[in-house]
Design a protein around this ligand. Structure first.
Ligand SMILES: [Zn+2]
Length: 388
């Protein structure tokens, strides 16, 4: 079977995070933490090294660094390199056209500033606004729910004018994707409960009727401006209740006719709910499915299988590549390598099976890796790298 060669296609990484300026690691266990979503100390110490993802990473990195394909040797070679220089080398090797960065995490003072990362990586970089952080800031500044709602609507009045290409919500981590409309009294009560915890300052916004109510303000603004909203869906750290991270919970939001102008991007292939996410992308014109090859840290076969599921049910015009890379440049880098390979292999299967002919498969590869995101996020061609 012929696989489709996508090695020369640059990628728009439609969802990733910043890279830490400090790339020093005191020991191997701390470095391993970069490759797990678990915060249990025993995971990095005893188990991460035996995942399929990590073993593939070690061998691929050994090739890149020119050392033995053993964990100790790779770690020694890795920490021997300057962090900034290594970040540049890996991201340039990944052939990235644009990185769309969730600026909500890690903290901005710890990561390379967005424009500097673009210079280091030789690519375009664009920020996205994390809604829950903006909401927590506004909750600290205003004394009534009405004032917070008004301030939020004002902050989101011109999202692109403020320099953001998209909004992002982590409601799945906080209170679940079953985002509802609440009677006024319940939202008010939730607001006062929040203020009791936060005092005059900040608190984690885990107050469901308050968060849901504020999200609806954001959705109305996003729909009016046709600004994409990314939702964390599925796999994440232990904070997430994976039962409530199922994208099917978004149905009441997706059914609202007045929200049809809001492109909804379901992140992380909704893993393990890829079929459900692909189904939503097949039935709602404004739903898109992100295919992330860094996190959720999978074996190669599992990446093949979610890619088959997505391409098997969703229109290819709805699928977009990402890494969800965070903290270390290895994730952004290996994701681009794996993503091209996996997508090329699945498209090759689809040609062999009669779903596609060869030129269609090649075009689909470019659309998923770059063009769909460039269109959806309105990335103007003149600001993208010339190789793109
Ligand atoms: Zn993310």
């Amino acid at each position: 079977m012929q696989t489709i060669d996508l090695t020369q296609v640059s990628v728009v990484d439609n969802h990733c995070h910043g890279i830490m300026q400090d790339q020093t690691f005191d020991d191997l266990a701390i470095w391993r933490h970069s490759f797990t979503e678990s915060t249990d100390p025993g995971m990095a110490r005893d188990h991460v090294a035996s995942t399929a993802f990590y073993r593939r990473l070690i061998r691929t990195l050994a090739d890149f660094l020119g050392c033995e394909p053993e964990e100790e040797a790779v770690f020694a070679a890795r920490i021997g390199r300057n962090g900034r220089e290594l970040t540049g080398a890996l991201l340039r090797a990944a052939n990235v056209d644009t990185l769309l960065l969730d600026t909500g995490f890690p903290l901005s003072e710890k990561v390379f500033p967005i424009s500097e990362l673009g210079e280091i990586a030789g690519c375009r970089t664009e920020p996205m606004l994390r809604l829950e952080i903006l909401m927590e800031n506004l909750l600290a500044e205003h004394d009534s729910l009405d004032d917070v709602k008004e301030a939020l609507a004002a902050e989101l009045d011109d999202v692109r004018g403020r320099g953001y290409v998209a909004l992002k919500s982590i409601a799945a981590y906080r209170t679940g994707l079953d985002i509802r409309e609440w009677p006024r009294e319940e939202a008010e009560e939730s607001f006062y409960e929040y203020r009791q915890v936060a005092g005059a300052g900040h608190a984690r916004l885990v107050h469901k009727s308050l968060l849901d109510t504020l999200l609806h303000i954001a959705f109305a603004q996003a729909a009016r401006q046709e600004v994409p909203v990314q939702f964390h869906v599925g796999y994440g750290d232990a904070d997430t209740d994976l039962l409530l991270g199922n994208p099917l919970y978004l149905r009441p939001v997706l059914q609202r006719p007045d929200y049809r102008g809001m492109p909804v991007v379901l992140l992380h292939e909704c893993y393990p709910y890829t079929r459900q996410g692909g189904y939503l992308a097949a039935v709602y014109q404004n739903v898109y499915l992100d295919l992330s090859y860094g996190i959720p840290l999978l074996g190669y076969g599992e990446m093949l299988s979610f890619t088959r599921q997505a391409l098997g049910v969703a229109p290819s015009s709805k699928l977009m590549y990402s890494s969800d890379g965070i903290g270390v440049p290895e994730l952004h880098w290996i994701s681009a390598i794996d993503g091209r390979r996996v997508i090329g292999e699945v498209l090759g299967e689809m040609v062999a099976q009669g779903d596609l002919v060869l030129p269609e498969a090649e075009a689909v590869g470019e659309c998923v890796l770059r063009e769909n995101a460039a269109r959806l996020y309105r990335l103007k061609a003149d600001k993208r790298s010339p190789t793109g």
